[in-house]
Write a protein of this length. Structure first.
Length: 128
């Protein structure tokens, strides 16, 4: 079973996406802060991470871009694929997410079938 870590601070998004992904046969763990997400990634070793860009709207911690940079710079978590998720779909925002180390980018509200295809693509073994 594919393990997904969803780092998202909006409880309604977490509930909705978790239900849909569980129905598709994925195991989902959610964390609401970047710090908790970083710790969970290292401890749980998910197959893929869904990372909200706008974590920490109020400046108390770190956003999803910084969390992604930290995950990709840590040898323990650097190979975990990350799909950056955001309400923003402007080219410069997508470029920032990819430059931070995200493997893909998906805008909210999700095209759920497209999101599942991205998860499957990023977690499938590469053909020989």
């Amino acid at each position: 079973m594919t393990k997904i870590l969803y780092i998202e601070d909006e409880p309604d998004n977490v509930e909705f996406v978790t239900i849909l992904l569980n129905d598709e046969g994925f195991e989902v763990h959610a964390k609401s802060t970047a710090a908790d997400g970083l710790a969970a990634a290292e401890a749980w070793r998910p197959d893929v991470i869904l990372m909200d860009v706008q974590l920490d709207k109020y400046g108390r911690e770190m956003d999803g871009l910084e969390a992604t940079r930290r995950l990709k710079s840590n040898p323990e978590t650097s190979r975990i694929p990350i799909i950056m998720v955001s309400n923003f779909a402007f080219p410069d925002e997508i470029a920032q997410g990819l430059a931070a180390g995200a493997d893909d980018y998906e805008t909210k509200p999700f095209d759920f079938d497209k999101l599942v295809k991205k998860i499957v693509r990023l977690t499938s073994p590469a053909p020989h």
